[in-house]
Design a protein around this ligand. Sequence first.
Ligand code: PXL
Length: 278
Amino acid sequence: MRELAYKRILTVQDISCLGQCSLTVALPILSACGHEACIIPSAVLSNHTAFESFTFRDLSEEIPAISKKWQELKVKFSAFYTGYLGKAEQVPYIKELKETCLLSGAPLIVDPAMADGGKLYVGFDAEYVEAMKELCACADIILPNLTEACFLADLPYREDFSQEEIRQMVMNLGARFQCKVVLTGATTDPDKSGVAVLDGEEPIFYFHEKHSNGCHGTGDVYASVFAGALMQGKSLYDSARLAADFTADCIGFTNGDADHWYGVKFEPLLGDLIEKLK
Ligand code: PXL
């Protein structure tokens, strides 16, 4: 059997106790990718914010305390992946963790999880968008969906961007934040899903089958598989493609279950992911 890489990855995002998103998705997926997953919960919610109501406990003040302890323990990570933070105040703490807890050359992967379908998630505002821009400026790789890309690029969201407009948006984000970009939802064909990957001079597009309905939490499945595959030594493009195919399979498996509108049924497909990574 090929020897798999075993990396220690830090991820900071919320615990939504119900709702199949953020840490309840990232932990099993990073483990399935064969990595040690370490976490800092950014907040604890009863359920994610697409439900009609939710509880929210901000854990911002834990971050500098944990960071200080880890500096004493001299703990270091091979990669750092951030998702939904909840509070703009956390960005300076994330920057400090990047400076103090990453091995030299380890990537900061930022999923600027703040919006979808043309709208910011409940509770977020222009100040949060500015904080995400500041965070993206420290990232090595950013993983926005099309809505987040529009907010980050100060462009009005539309559903009918041409491939050329998406190409320009990706180039603009790469130049603005000086990072690599993986833009999901980069499609002009209603029957296809697309990803635009900027890892050099020009974005490369990958198109794949689209299932009739999207579902909530797909961005978190995507980002976790992407981070896990990248840390297995796959190229940026191959990681983006593998994450796109796995996410599409999970959406296909979830579609048709109206009771499961709130999340993606990814668990029964983890075995396939493990096989694909071998
Ligand atoms: O999947 C993104 C996400 C993560 N965490 C929380 C959310 C959402 C999207 O709505 O509300 C708490």
